[in-house]
Design a binder for this molecule. Sequence first.
Ligand SMILES: Cc1cc2nc3c(=O)[nH]c(=O)nc-3n(C[C@H](O)[C@H](O)[C@H](O)COP(=O)(O)O)c2cc1C
Length: 233
Amino acid sequence: MTEGNQAMGDQTGPDGELGLLEGLMTTRAMRRLTDEPVSDEDLWTCLRAAVQAPSGGNIQPYQFLVVRDPDLRLALAGIYRRGWARYEPAIAPTEFPNDKVREGWERNNRATVHLAENLEHAPVHVLVLMPSIDMTVHDDEGPMPVGPTHASVYPAVQNLILAARSLGLGTTITTLHRIYEDEVRDLLGIPERYEVLALMPLGHPTGKWGVAPRYRGAEKITSWDRFGEKRTP
Ligand SMILES: Cc1cc2nc3c(=O)[nH]c(=O)nc-3n(C[C@H](O)[C@H](O)[C@H](O)COP(=O)(O)O)c2cc1C
């Protein structure tokens, strides 16, 4: 059992259902998916959970586009792969602080490569669209910058991920298609005013759920009362 598992305690309910905390602590990027279809019912559950997330002023500045058509998935995968082929070599680290970090990176990278090579086989691609609107409110004193519109989208994305998890479905946020975002809009008839924030392959995972490695733990990045004042749990 990992430290993370111990920290969250036993969250499994009396009937063996997954507790909320256990579910979210063990949700990780699932990039190896089978081609087994996802039911409409499960998809609607994920989408309904997504819209229950908070958004600034409750305006919900997002839409979803569910892609199941195999030809469209293949075309999306082609766009993604071209983005990935450029991006991967540009970010590949040449050095690691230690073996543990290197092994973690290599494991993650194998899954990333797998997804790039097999994206079209994920039975569903959920695209997250955000209208390019500026939510900044102004008054006589000027603009009141309370955060970008994206901040009102990602809670919905995470809700979708967690709802999927509760149904045994895996997914991950991906963004490499954005390198060729115009092509994605053209392919799917998405009006230009929408950004295609994320492409989420959704399906039945082949891997196991578990606590993902985090190299910056809560105690390392949390200050108490004054910035820089750290505590040990
Ligand atoms: C904004 C954002 C963009 C991401 N883009 C990609 C992507 O294009 N391709 C991919 O395979 N994973 C992508 N990921 C997934 C992360 O790489 C993944 O969450 C991270 O490696 C940690 O893995 P874990 O969630 O299993 O702990 C993205 C995640 C976020 C939050």
